[in-house]
Design a protein around this ligand. Structure first.
Ligand code: SIN
Length: 286
């Protein structure tokens, strides 16, 4: 059977390219403000609100918000977490969220099995097999997580076209250095698909690929995500194919996050030094 240009997969070849590329080249080729400044447009933040200190955020005046010129509706936010704040979120993902909610290891797993944890769901739990959420399958979304995403979306919305959202479901992804996440779209959120999806990165770096609404629509763009970075998918980008082809060991991670360690930090560092954690939140119902 011949392949037409309509069904030519432009996503998989780039996924495989970054999967195999030497780490040092990934850091150079994946888009960041430092390496590809012309691909990002700075969005000044004018809103000033009081931010709850327990969220681990820097004062809003230090945040750097950009719209990504290569993907309509995609925003990139950096410099918003303190180091202590990031340590706190990593600690929650290691010590609290896997125990409270559903994980790939079953319900209420404990951190003796941490090495085998791949995901935890909070709020409305995602049914991975049927790719749906069910009204009845719900546990409380942790307050601090709801508050964190509401705060960030409020600030971004005040300076862009991004609509507000009510966070109702979170997925925590735990990546080892060799983990990948295949190309997918997030389209199970019933009639909340016009609402943004917010995604937080902690620990080692990653190459995040974002393409079009089909794998053949356009060649995907690679973005470098570092610890503390936040992306927000809204508008056209909300339903675009995206993937993680590569986790990159960040040589500066110890310096950024764990210079003076107490005993609990040592436990967290022994986990995160060769891992990456992603927390993403979305509204499920209108
Ligand atoms: C996802 O798309 O579900 C996660 C993306 C990431 O790990 O940054």
């Amino acid at each position: 059977m011949s392949t037409t240009s309509d069904d030519l997969d432009l996503f998989t070849p780039l996924f495989k390219y970054f999967r195999r590329l030497p780490e040092i080249n990934c850091f150079k080729e994946a888009y960041s403000i430092e390496t590809h400044p012309t691909l990002f447009e700075h969005c000044p933040i004018t809103l000033t609100i009081d931010v709850d200190p327990s969220l681990g955020l820097q004062p809003i005046t230090t945040w750097s918000l950009y719209s990504c010129k290569f993907s309509d509706g995609l925003y990139f936010l950096s410099n918003s977490f303190t180091s202590a704040g990031q340590r706190q979120w990593i600690d929650r993902c290691i010590n609290i969220y896997p125990r409270q909610d559903k994980t790939n290891l079953g319900d209420n797993s404990n951190n003796q099995h941490l090495a085998r944890i791949r995901w935890a769901t909070l709020g409305y739990h995602y049914d991975w097999t049927n790719k749906i959420y069910k009204q009845g399958d719900h546990t409380k979304l942790p307050n601090e997580l709801a508050q964190l995403s509401e705060t960030i979306v409020k600030v971004i919305s005040s300076n862009t076209n991004c609509p507000m959202m009510q966070p109702e479901a979170a997925i925590v992804n735990y990546y080892h250095i060799n983990s990948t996440l295949c190309a997918h779209t997030d389209h199970s959120e019933y009639d909340a698909l016009t609402k943004p999806l917010i995604s937080f990165s902690f620990g080692n770096s990653a190459v995040f690929l974002i393409g079009g609404h089909t794998k053949s629509e356009c060649k995907p763009s690679p973005i470098l995500l570092r610890t503390g970075d936040i992306i927000l998918m809204t508008g056209a980008s909300r339903l675009c194919f995206h993937a993680i082809p590569r986790i990159l060991s960040d040589p500066l991670l110890n310096d950024i996050l764990y210079t003076n360690m107490d005993d609990n930090d040592k436990v967290c560092w022994s986990y995160i030094h060769d891992k990456r954690i992603n927390i993403n939140l979305r509204q499920v119902y209108a």
